[in-house]
Design a protein around this ligand. Structure first.
Ligand code: NAD
Length: 337
């Protein structure tokens, strides 16, 4: 098991990574005096793992409610935010109540946001169950729901009290979701650590086979890279923007497909990273060989490297409109990483 301490002064917390480690939650709960626990998950997780997982939490007799949302990006909406917050308030939660987010990035984001606004902030812990959530969305404290105007536009910075990445959950993850999460792992290598990218190139077959040892290494390394960036720039005034590599372009395809699942977040990021790399090449900042190397690794990981791998035809005007709705726009100028 690997433990990573995220140092954010009074918002510091630990991330545990390993196999069969959900018992860490009971250990954590023992040291606290929470009054009530609300567990939030989605229907897929509820079918596959909830009974077993619940067991680990219910030992404390504090679990008073399970809220099960539909799976998928469209659940990060106002209706579900209202459902979670109203249900929690109807159960008379107090400032010593706790939310546990059990699921992928969708569940983590909406649960974290709910925790941040309930009674002006109650504790929450994350138990991410997708590769994307383990390596990205559960680290860094961004929480959000989507708006009709775009993705993640309503949210807050709010840190969890604990993150448990139990790698055993990854065995049931569909291939497409697993690889979508892997795109963010590749991103960490590309933005900060050539050696890590080389390690990924060398081990791609073991990664695709979901070898437990290699998964622990790549999840831990990804968390460390993200944590290190976030520790230097928690609220994204500068350095943290490098984490958006591939996202400015990626978001436009997610918006155009209405977060329908036609393109997954990581798939959009993979395409976005290739576009950003090509843009860098056009600007004379990156060699053709490096662009090809990035593309070739993503292809080997069975990720799309062009939006045309997803759809034969796109409405270019519409894509451009989405680009200018990016929330990172400053003084009318887009930022590209
Ligand atoms: P997700 O939460 O929709 O999960 C993907 C699918 O996998 C869902 O159908 C889910 O039910 C299923 N699933 C989850 N765990 C499973 C398991 N162990 N076995 C079988 N099925 C499982 O999507 P995601 O890719 O985890 O996260 C994407 C979301 O994360 C997006 O909304 C994105 O905006 C957000 N995100 C947030 C941050 C952040 O910093 N907060 C960073 C990156 C992405």
């Amino acid at each position: 098991m690997t433990k990573i301490h995220i140092n954010l002064n009074q918002n510091s917390y630990d991330i545990f990574i390993g196999s069969n480690i959900c018992h860490k939650i009971s250990e954590f709960l023992e040291g606290k005096n929470y009054s009530k626990i609300i567990l939030i998950t989605d229907r897929n997780l509820a079918k596959l793992h909830l009974e077993q997982f619940e067991h680990k939490v219910s030992k404390t007799n504090l679990l008073i409610k399970k809220i099960i949302l539909d799976a998928g990006e469209n659940s990060k909406n106002f209706t579900n935010l209202e459902k979670i917050t109203e249900e929690a308030l109807n159960l008379h939660i107090d400032r010593k109540s706790l939310i546990i987010a059990f699921g992928g990035g969708v569940i983590g984001d909406i649960s974290g946001f709910s925790a941040s606004i309930l009674l002006r902030g109650i504790d929450f812990i994350q138990v991410p169950t997708t590769l994307l959530a383990m390596t990205d969305s559960s680290v860094g404290g961004k929480t959000a729901i989507n708006s009709n105007c775009g993705k993640n536009l309503i949210g807050s910075f709010y840190q969890p009290k604990l993150v448990i990445c139990d790698l055993d959950f990854l065995h049931s993850l569909p291939d497409r979701d697993f690889l979508s999460g892997y795109a963010e792992v590749v991103k960490y290598g590309l933005i900060t650590d050539l050696k890590f990218f080389e390690f990924l190139e060398k081990n791609i077959d073991r990664i695709k086979a979901r070898d437990a040892k290699i998964l622990e290494e790549i999840v831990a390394k990804s968390c460390k890279i993200k944590a290190n960036v976030v520790a230097q720039d928690e609220k994204e005034y500068g350095l943290r923007r490098i984490l958006n590599f591939g996202h400015t372009f990626g978001h436009i395809f997610e918006t155009e497909t209405n977060y329908s699942g036609e393109i997954l977040h990581g798939e959009a990021v993979a395409i976005g990273m290739v576009l950003a790399a090509k843009m860098s090449q056009d600007l004379g900042l990156l060699s053709k060989n490096d662009v090809e190397r990035i593309k070739s690794h993503l292809k080997e990981a069975n990720l799309p490297v062009s939006a045309y791998n997803v759809r034969k035809k796109w409405n270019e005007d519409s894509l451009t409109t989405h680009l200018y709705k990016d929330k990172k726009i400053k003084n009318n100028a887009l930022t590209f990483i």
